[in-house]
Design a protein around this ligand. Structure first.
Ligand SMILES: Cc1cc2nc3c(=O)[nH]c(=O)nc-3n(C[C@H](O)[C@H](O)[C@H](O)COP(=O)(O)OP(=O)(O)OC[C@H]3O[C@@H](n4cnc5c(N)ncnc54)[C@H](O)[C@@H]3O)c2cc1C
Length: 350
């Protein structure tokens, strides 16, 4: 492979952010080279990929509704482009923890347009396998993205088209004046480096507050494939063949991919509050979410070096919001002003 040429963009990181941005820029007919190696604790390769349009506690939309439409359309288009399947639409069953919560949801359904997201309510004790003694609601427009598959088939695509350098990006070999890295040159470089932005000398000032999460894969021998995602303090996503993904924990103190006793125990405790049936833990993983205090993504260009940019801070709902932000940012990157697009730039921290 010969990388001795000039590209429009160097993208550092092939997680969810870098992958979507690369696809968008390529489709805008820009030349792209991605530099990525599988560094420990990265978020996208472990994430459950849940797409849940409703904030469960307050029963309000989690994101503007156009983000949801953009996400479903984009992943579905990418399935066609990459000739693979990774988007799974499934309703989500919200089990209530009290009748007060149920009343709040009914009020939002009847008076606050949440019928756009809530399909219907189920009576208490409808599902023998679940502890649904306070009844439940069925959320529509939900699902999950098989991120492992999406990233793997995208990586193959980038490799086949000579767009991937499988190496760690070493800042000491980057020349900010020429946007050159080793023998690569580009018009712009965009960092999509997840929580490792903390070690990025150009953007380490941004207020990232990474959050570690642990997940479990369980087997439920009595249920081959429950037809809904289950949510009550945790989510349980049916993956078929008796297997389910259970997540997730939140921990700001430990940014390793090591599993913890507390994390694993808290998932088991919550599972016991949901399931009426036996299950077996098959495996567990952990990763670190690039979360930001104000819950807005980190998108934009460096205030001094305006050919150096960042696409990060996707937080705990990256799968739902990333296609919208990638679409807007890619258009911004090839336009004369980034301010006419629909995202808050990192200028809010300058
Ligand atoms: C346990 C857990 C569960 C989650 N569940 C969900 C969920 O259900 N739904 C949802 O929407 N979101 C979920 N998330 C959040 C979601 O995973 C993130 O929003 C998203 O994946 C972030 O993607 P990213 O590309 O910004 O970062 P990352 O996925 O961390 O990607 C960064 C990439 O950059 C590479 N990189 C970094 N530095 C360098 C360097 N110097 N050189 C080369 N490569 C480099 C890394 O190796 C990595 O491949 C979850 C996250 C975790 C940890």
């Amino acid at each position: 492979m010969c990388h001795n040429k000039k590209f429009d963009f160097i993208i550092v990181g092939q997680g969810l952010a870098g992958t979507l941005l690369a696809h968008d820029l390529i489709e805008l007919e820009k030349s792209v080279i991605i530099i990525d190696t599988h560094l420990k604790a990265s978020a996208s390769r472990v994430a459950a990929g849940l797409i849940n349009p409703v904030s469960m506690k307050r029963c309000i939309p989690a994101m503007p509704s156009n983000y949801l439409t953009t996400a479903f359309n984009r992943y579905s288009d990418l399935e066609d482009k990459l000739n693979s399947r990774f988007l799974f639409k499934k309703p989500l069953l919200r089990l209530f923890d009290s009748f007060e919560t149920k009343d709040l949801w009914i009020d939002k359904y009847e008076n606050k347009h949440m019928d756009l997201y809530i399909d219907n309510f189920c009576k208490e004790n409808t599902f023998p396998l679940l502890k649904d003694e306070f009844s439940s609601a069925l959320v529509k427009h939900a699902g999950y993205l098989d991120l492992k598959e999406f990233l793997a088939v995208s990586r193959e695509y980038f490799k086949d088209n000579n767009m991937l350098l499988e190496k760690k990006f070493n800042f000491s070999e980057f020349n900010k004046n020429y946007i050159s890295y080793k023998n690569l040159k580009a018009e712009k470089i965009i960092f999509c480096d997840g929580f490792r932005i903390k070690e990025n000398p150009y953007f380490d000032y941004l207020p990232i507050a990474p959050t570690k999460g642990e997940l479990m894969q369980i087997k439920i021998p009595s249920i081959e494939n429950f037809d809904k995602i289950i949510s009550k303090g945790i989510y349980i996503i049916p993956n078929g063949d008796y297997m389910y993904t259970v997540g997730a924990t939140y921990n700001r103190d430990d940014l390793t991919e090591n599993l913890t006793k507390d994390g694993q125990q808290s998932l088991k405790d919550k599972l016991d509050e949901v399931l009426n049936v036996e299950y077996k833990v098959i495996s567990s993983v952990a990763g670190v979410r690039p979360t930001v205090k104000d819950r807005e993504p980190l998108i934009g260009m460096h205030n001094e070096f305006n050919n150096i940019g960042v696409f990060n801070g996707l937080g705990a709902r990256g799968v739902l919001n990333a296609p919208h932000f990638s679409n807007e940012f890619s258009k911004a990157l090839i336009s004369d002003s980034i301010y006419k697009f629909d995202f808050k730039t990192i200028d809010r921290f300058h």
